[in-house]
Write a protein that binds this ligand. Structure first.
Ligand SMILES: [Zn+2]
Length: 375
């Protein structure tokens, strides 16, 4: 089956790259709603033209609509996830080829993944392959800013799914993504008491001093071995150099691999004892993504993908990566999830974003084979 699929995609290489060009050139960053709507139209047209299925659009108040289509029948459901927004402003990257590299905004993250998904569906139809279960394809338009308008729909569709496959690009060395860190942000505000730095130094309560003590303790919560990083990225305080500062504030970014580590950091930061007598603090927690832990289910999916890869002549491993995707929330629901099943490139979120041309077709074959091989 692997070889049959690979041959099919090779035979249709020109059309596949043509579709990719069409979708990449429909540029839109997450915040550019007008352009995003145009991208969505192109995406819907590609789904219609290539799969014969009529896409269903979930309209969202903020304009970040989702596009869904389905294929196959059966009790069991497989969810295939992608996003059509990019981080790039229009015109940031010129669509061009240099050697084996295809440059373009979102070419790797992750329009190639969307084309992989659409062509997987087309291949099944044209080759008369019954996937034996219901395949639900869901593409959102706000992944790059946190999926605030789409996460509930994606998680709703993920309920009871046998597995979720995320068509984000693989790691730069070709590895798939079996885990992704979670993240939390903390905004800490310190209250002290202002006084004259010369005449009444003793009467003041220095909020910056308290902040400094807290920053050192919070930075020390980093545990590289456990995969937990804590970064105080912003701090501010005080008004004038000759005034004991009454207020200070700082923000902390935390990335972690397990729910347990997330709990540890939450607890430590909330319960941090005050160092400067009389000072007080408030902590605002801004919840980010839950971690995509390397569960047994995720690792079993990877093993299946590795075997498909072997049959296709591909060799790759797996990684636990720092950045999140829509796979995080789905995996946190207990749904076996594998990420990195889109194209192979590098430089995502930068002006040097590219896709490896020669590796694209085999990666589509990998996705199409894996869907059929999940037991
Ligand atoms: Zn992405």
């Amino acid at each position: 089956m692997e070889e049959r699929l690979l041959k099919y995609f090779r035979d249709h290489e020109a059309e596949i790259f043509g579709d990719l060009e069409r979708l990449v050139k429909a540029e839109a960053s997450t915040s550019d709603l007008e352009a995003l709507a145009e991208t969505r139209k192109v995406l819907e047209a590609l789904i219609r033209e290539r799969t014969g299925e009529e896409p269903l659009v979930y309209e969202r108040e903020g304009g970040h609509d989702l596009v869904r289509f389905e294929l196959g029948q059966g009790e069991e459901k497989l969810l295939i996830i992608g996003h059509y927004d990019t981080v790039h402003l229009i015109g940031a990257i010129q669509y061009r080829t240099e050697g084996d590299r295809l440059y373009g905004p979102g070419v790797s993250d992750m329009k190639s993944g969307l084309i992989s998904a659409i062509w997987t569906a087309r291949a099944y139809k044209e080759l008369g392959i019954d996937p034996g279960r219901k395949l639900v394809f869901i593409f959102n338009g706000d992944e790059e800013t946190g999926s605030h308008e789409s996460s509930d729909i994606i998680c709703g569709l993920a309920e009871n799914a046998r597995a979720a496959l995320v068509c984000e690009p693989c790691v730069g060395n070709g590895d798939l993504k079996t885990g992704r860190k979670g993240n939390i942000k903390f905004n800490v505000t310190i209250h002290g008491k202002a006084s004259h730095a010369g005449n009444a130094h003793k009467e003041g309560i220095n909020a910056i001093q308290e902040m400094a003590a807290e920053i050192l303790k919070i930075q020390a919560l980093t545990d590289y071995e456990a995969g937990t990083t804590v970064n105080v990225g912003i701090c501010q305080g005080g008004t004038k150099v000759n005034v004991v500062p009454a207020a200070a504030s700082f923000s902390v970014d935390c990335r972690y691999k397990s729910m347990e580590e997330g709990q540890r950091i939450r607890r430590e930061i909330l319960e941090l004892p005050i160092s400067v007598p009389g000072a007080s603090r408030e902590v605002e927690i801004v919840e980010g993504k839950l971690p995509m832990e390397e569960t047994q289910g995720n690792m079993e999916l990877f093993a299946a993908a590795k075997e498909c890869g072997r049959k296709l002549g591909l060799s790759f491993s797996h990684q636990f990566v720092g950045g999140g995707s829509d796979g995080n929330a789905v995996s946190a629901m207990g749904i076996p999830t594998l990420d990195g099943l889109g194209g192979w490139g590098d430089g995502a979120h930068s002006e040097s974003e590219y896709l490896r041309i020669s590796q694209y077709i085999p990666r589509i074959a990998l996705l199409a084979s894996l869907i059929l091989d999940i037991r």
